[in-house]
Design a protein around this ligand. Structure first.
Ligand code: XIL
Length: 317
């Protein structure tokens, strides 16, 4: 039967999901059966265990137990892996904020050379820099920007290039799926990095949407093309479409349409390489904990039954 990944694969793209051995679902056989299904999944993103607070909780002491497990699992299944993420203001151990500003560049370089170097040649892509901008398009004043200004992005990209020369190197961002100040800031950054010859290969669009507010296919395509016209690839990296609770048959049907429209935007752009959802089942999602009153954002329900959204993904390809 046609699944979410087989439909993507027929278009030369992948469909994948967040998956992390650190999560309780790793031992939930019902959930893992969804991830095991090669018709639906062709790519995995380690949701938490490659973040700085997991890999380098204390300075220069590295932990890889869970990402090693995930990468081995992915290789057994023939799944691509996206590494997420090397430099991000969030899930960052507090010691990084206490480093002397003159040492921040070497701290970034040491982190990336270790973590990206560990998986050299094994990952499809890295989200080298995650969420660099505020909503108004200004730079986030995190420890990296505070010490180095915007040069931290190039420092991180160069370090990732040296550590893993074959991985596609991405900047990943949210709320850049429609035009606006944040979107314009990211386009300007991409242009300046490309013209400077920095090793940037792709832009990740997180695509955390609210039902009824998902961008149209045409809007997404035109956002993607701002980067593909520079020769960069794009990917949808963390797709979910949250529904104000309780969900109804009407809202679930609307969610199907919105999933289909989003996937269709990737299909319409040659350099959109694939779509990753932020999970498979509504049983395991970050949404209710982060956006109280919202839920039901994924393709399978809490009992692991296919939702209309599943058909939306298949039909979008
Ligand atoms: C989320 C994870 O899914 C949760 O398990 C965790 O508690 C918080 O982070 N943008 C990102 C992702 O780039 O890493 C975040 O993932 C969601 C927002």
């Amino acid at each position: 039967a046609t699944g979410m990944h087989t439909a993507a694969d027929a278009q030369g793209r992948y469909f994948g999901t967040f998956c992390d051995p650190a999560s309780t679902y790793w031992t939930d056989a019902g959930f893992m059966a969804l991830v095991d299904n090669k018709a639906d999944v062709g790519q995995l993103t380690v949701s938490n265990s490659l973040k700085w607070d997991s890999t380098e909780r204390s300075q220069n002491s590295f932990t890889y137990t869970n990402p090693d497990k995930l990468v081995a699992y992915a290789q057994e299944h023939g799944y691509l892996v996206r590494g997420h993420t090397l430099v991000w203001h969030n899930q960052l151990p507090s010691w990084v904020s206490s480093v002397a500003q003159s040492s921040v560049a070497s701290v970034i370089e040491n982190h990336i050379s270790n973590v990206a170097g560990r998986y050299a040649g094994q990952l499809y892509a890295w989200d080298v820099v995650n969420e660099p901008f505020n909503e108004d398009g200004s730079w986030r004043t995190d420890p990296f920007y505070n010490a180095l200004g915007d040069s931290y992005v190039t420092i991180a990209l160069n370090a990732a290039r040296a550590a893993d020369p074959t991985a596609k190197l991405y900047i990943n961002e949210y709320n850049v799926e429609t035009p606006g100040r944040k979107s314009s800031a990211l386009v300007a950054l991409a242009k300046s990095l490309v013209s400077a010859g920095a090793p940037l290969h792709g832009i990740g669009f997180q695509c955390h949407f609210v039902l009824g507010q998902s961008p149209s296919t045409a809007t997404l395509v035109s956002q993607f093309e701002q980067y593909t016209s520079l020769g960069l690839e794009v990917a949808i990296t963390e797709l979910d479409i949250r529904i104000q609770q309780p969900a109804s048959s009407a809202s679930l049907a609307q969610q199907q349409t919105e999933y289909q429209n989003v996937v269709a935007a990737c299909k319409a752009v040659d350099l959109c390489v694939g779509v990753t959802a932020a999970g498979m089942s509504d049983k395991y999602t970050w949404v209710p904990g982060t956006f109280p009153g919202y839920g039901s954002p994924l393709m399978f329900d809490e009992s692991f039954n296919k939702k209309p959204a599943y058909t939306g993904v298949v039909d979008g390809w």
